[in-house]
Design a protein around this ligand. Structure first.
Ligand code: URA
Length: 209
């Protein structure tokens, strides 16, 4: 079964409190989501392996560590995942970015991919799939099925806030994918919103409410 990690770093929790606040406007909301995504990227990459190298400092040779040639891909789930992308790229500028956009056909309830574009070398990359809200789990489940179908095997899911129902559904669908969160909330309400959550992440990021 996939593991679930909640990052309780004080900076992440502090910024998340402003993200949740309904008085926080679009500009500040967007900046804070980016900042939390950057801090989470810092935590989620803890297991990257290093290789030793030698560099010349102005004083002489120094043994130093560099990331051991890992290829990373970041995949925002459209549209709210876009709000976390730049924060992650600030920490991992060499990562390639894929995009996944899906909706559920209201009649068949099957996921319809309206946009999927991934880096060419999918099989060789480790992917971080991002979406601020893990509510029912439906979009994350479908998005990850869609990138697995194209050859991705090493995947992590990173969200800001999750509902226990969504985490459970996600773990059952993708037991090989660990989940990284800034907060695990109480529940989903009847409209599919996370309680207490932060409202509609996409609308708050893009000012479309
Ligand atoms: N998507 C959101 O943006 N917010 C929720 O609370 C649930 C799903």
């Amino acid at each position: 079964m996939g593991k679930v990690y909640v990052f309780d770093h004080p900076l992440i929790q502090h910024k998340l409190s402003y993200i949740r606040d309904k008085e926080t406007g679009t500009k500040e909301f967007r900046e804070l989501v980016e900042e939390v995504a950057a801090l989470m990227a810092f935590e989620i990459t803890r297991d990257l392996s290093l290789e030793e190298t030698v560099v010349e400092t102005p004083v002489g040779p120094a043994k130093a560590n560099r990331i051991a040639g890992k290829k990373l891909g970041v995949v925002p789930i459209l549209r709210a995942g876009l709000g976390m992308t730049d924060g992650i790229l600030r920490m991992i500028p060499a990562a390639k970015v894929g995009h996944v956009g899906l909706y559920r056909d209201p009649e068949t309830l099957k996921p319809v991919e309206y946009y999927v574009k991934l880096p060419k070398d999918v099989e060789e990359r480790d992917f971080i799939v991002i979406d601020p809200m893990l509510a029912t789990g439906g979009s994350a489940i479908d998005a990850i099925s869609s990138i697995k179908k194209r050859g991705a095997t090493n995947i992590k899911l990173m969200c800001l806030v999750a509902a226990p129902e969504g985490v459970k559904a996600f773990n059952e669908a993708h037991p090989d994918v660990d989940v990284y969160l800034a907060a695990m909330d109480e529940k989903l309400n009847d409209h599919g919103y996370i309680v207490p959550g932060l409202g509609d992440a996409g609308d708050r990021l893009f000012g479309t409410k």
